[in-house]
Design a protein around this ligand. Sequence first.
Ligand code: NAD
Length: 419
Amino acid sequence: MAPGEIHSPANELAIKQFDMAAAKLELDPNVAVRLRRPDRAMIVSVPTRMDDGRVHVFTGYRVQHNDVLGPFKGGIRYHPEVSLGEVSALAMWMTWKCSLVGLPLGGAKGGVACDPAELSRNELQSLTRRYTAEILNFIGPEVDVPAPDLGTNEQVMAWIMDTYSQHKGHAVPEVVTGKPVAIGGTLGRREATGRGVVYTVLEAAKHLGMDLTGCTAAVQGFGNVGSVVTKELAQLGVKVIAVSDRTGGYFDPQGLPVDKLLEVADRNHSLEGFPYGQKISNAELLEVKCDILVPAALEMQITEENAGRLQCRILAEGANGPTTLTADAILAQNNVFVIPDILANAGGVIVSYFEWVQDLQNFFWTEDEVHIKLRDMLTKSFHEVLHMSVKHKVDMRLAALMIGIDRVAKAMLWRGLYA
Ligand code: NAD
């Protein structure tokens, strides 16, 4: 790695993927050298008063990868493993994702290394407000617009919006997306990522000549993305035979009761103790024989070690970066059709974009309008990626990256930047 690059397995994966696409595109080297690194990477200290009176200093990050197409956009993650490298990788993927689906936005990501499940509501609020204060000069509706990600939700977004608004002296709903509807959020944002994953699965199934009715699915992660994917797949007649969360997984080859899964997750914020199906580990879930596998938790879950044992026909990446490069090669050999993360989970940022547009215009859409526009954009992007994949004889991931990177590179050249 060159000086200035940020070391971590996820970031090295993101950079290697970029290098492969850049080589295939024969990208101008002056552009390529710039795009391998973020525009700005921040580490902030987040002192937080805990309920027992102690002050604990958490570490927070915000990485802004590239804003050539428009303001930075990207989620905020609360998880114990959050690091500068992980956030940098996620920021780079956001740049390609926004560009791939045609949004006038750049890529960013942020996070705080903490375990939100261990924090009280007061602690979570104090941490969020202090983190926002620390990055306040670097975010804003025209600069950088955060959103929810792993471990954060509409309540966290509401606290960010409030902290920013207090500082400005007036309400600024357009500073974050994924807010509650009552303070300028959009209808359909909470379900957007999961719905988007399912829209791309529908297109993949059509392409492969599969009838989804009666197909089976396994879903890793049962949070915002995984729970919605499970619900939407079940509504299409897919039998969901395995699901998991951080506490482990559940498997029933006859199909799990999806309404009960949703009820338990809603009540307990976890699937722990779910009384149906056979208990399995997260690693076992990935290897269950099924038609559709949806990783919707963390990155780097499908590796050289387990890729050969996957038994699915479609791998729809709800999570960001769940598959390593060596795993990609094994999956291709085994004829697994991969819907890459920057396409499969782009529904979240698409509807975040809709929310930002509605806030800027103070004019709000119906839920049907949101769903229809989301489906149109994702379907169009799916077919662009498929076309690129066939035309250049590359896999779907490389095709998606090539489209995303090419648009950013062209914008840089038009603007006269770096070359
Ligand atoms: P979430 O916090 O709502 O849910 C995460 C789920 O993963 C929970 O069920 C949690 O228990 C589970 N989990 C955590 N660690 C796990 C582990 N080691 N093994 C298995 N499960 C584990 O998060 P989310 O918003 O659903 O995000 C999930 C993934 O989707 C992340 O990779 C995120 O970057 C990606 N994503 C989210 C959005 C969005 O709009 N929320 C958009 C695009 C991509």
